[in-house]
Write a protein that binds this ligand. Structure first.
Ligand code: GLV
Ligand code: MN
Ligand code: MN
Length: 411
């Protein structure tokens, strides 16, 4: 039963776990368009209906719940996909808070001069296809059909995955929204870092979201017998990759404090104890608050990797799979959100997001703002993710206050 409380939002996120809502038996993994994603869509859709919303699924597979009516629409969104072995709240908490907002309005029989649409985006993490935020980018009109020619690690193309879910590639871009119809975009999300907790604050107001770049890298050497290939004569793709990973760590570590670099996935082949690895693929994720920091770091990483490959006689192939500019949140909406946070009894604290969010892609389209919620020990992308229901309750109060302000200012 949907309740307009922080406790319900946390309980609902916790309910979206277990075998039915995960594609892995031992941990939470809910990639876009997998069986668990479909089950989550069904469950969240039922909650949206209970909260007085009408529901639909758009061409990109996003679930949308609409409350009320009006010429303009306020979007409240976040994602329901997860990283591999992720936590319960990264994404779903923002969706549940949107549902709880509508449940509160519904219970009070409130009619607003604008509609609210809660988006449960299908893909933000890029944990299935090598292209994060496919679904929100489709809504923001920031995609071309060419960008959709991606396949997952099993070789299943996006077109095929869509078809298996009753969707069609030809309709994907129909998810686009006309900015003229929008009042703004608001996203609530766990902080995923330790700042709010360290300062004893339940909520934070995001000022901007860091820029990010991802690469798929492939290193090719020569596979061979582990016993007969003298060390000096080998072209070991894995040893070369190890050196590359350390170079990325060194470059990111020597840069500005907001510069970060991560190799989060690596596959080495052929994968036998007695075979020198001949081929390795790995991902590179680079982020910084400004492109002035990020771009030189990217150039340094590319240069370093090429130098290592050349020296070791390896072939390096780099494919840039993703790039998003830093995105500032809208000053006007942010000011209203700060007032709303204060009204909820929390000192408004500005904070920059190092993590990427669907809100990034909406900034060029419509006024966008983000509310952060404190999480335990700053842990995220980890099953230990934890949020206090009382903090979620304050977030709900702040969102409702923001809606009151938007209603008062509406003309
Ligand atoms: C999403 O969680 C990201 O920042 O990669
Ligand atoms: Mn995430
Ligand atoms: Mn997230």
């Amino acid at each position: 039963m949907v309740k307009a409380t922080g406790q319900w939002t946390v309980d609902a996120c916790d309910a979206l776990t277990g075998p039915h809502f995960s594609d892995h038996p031992d941990y939470l993994f809910r990639p876009y368009l997998g069986p668990a994603h479909l089950n989550a869509v069904e469950q969240v859709s039922a909650w949206m209906s209970e909260a007085g919303m009408t529901t639909r699924i758009d061409g990109a597979g996003n679930l949308i719940g609409r409350y009320g009516d009006g010429v303009k629409t306020l979007l409240i969104g976040s994602h329901i996909d997860s990283v591999r072995d992720g936590g319960n709240y990264d994404g779903p908490l923002g969706v549940m808070l949107g549902v709880a907002v509508c449940a509160a309005l519904h219970a009070a029989e409130r009619t607003l001069p604008f509609a609210i649409e809660v988006y449960a985006f299908g893909d933000e993490e890029g944990s299935r296809f090598p292209a994060p935020m496919l679904c929100s980018r489709a809504v923001a009109g920031a995609l071309t059909l060419g960008a959709l020619e991606v396949a997952d690690a099993q070789g299943v193309g996006l077109a095929q995955a869509l078809e298996l879910n009753g969707l069609a590639m030809s309709r994907f871009l129909d998810a686009r929204r006309d900015p003229a119809d929008l009042l703004g975009y608001v996203e609530a999300h766990i902080e995923q870092g330790p700042v709010l907790e360290a300062e004893g604050l339940a909520l934070g107001v995001v000022t901007a979201i860091a820029a990010q770049i991802r690469y798929a890298a492939r290193v090719t050497g020569v596979a061979g017998h582990a016993g007969t290939n003298a060390m000096a004569l080998r072209k070991d793709a894995l040893a070369g990759t190890a050196e590359m990973i350390l170079a990325i760590e060194r470059i990111a570590g020597a840069g500005a404090s907001d510069l970060v670099g991560t190799v989060g996935r690596i596959n080495a082949g052929p994968g036998a104890p007695n075979v020198v690895p001949g081929e390795v693929s790995f991902t590179i994720d680079l982020r910084a608050g400004t492109t002035a920091v990020l771009h030189p770091a990217e150039a340094a990483v590319v240069e370093a990797l090429k130098t290592i490959a050349d020296r070791r006689g390896l072939t390096l192939h780099l494919d840039k799979t993703h790039e998003l500019s830093p995105s500032p949140c809208d000053e006007g909406l942010r000011a209203k959100l700060s007032l709303a946070v204060a009204a909820a009894g929390v000192v408004p604290r500005d904070i920059v997001s190092g993590a990427g969010h669907d809100a990034m892609v909406f900034s060029p389209l419509t006024p966008s703002a983000m509310l952060f919620i404190r999480c335990k020990d700053g842990i995220s992308h980890n099953p230990l993710e934890s949020v206090e229901p009382a903090d979620a309750d304050l977030a709900l109060k702040a969102l409702l206050h923001l809606i009151d302000q938007l209603e008062a200012a509406y003309d």
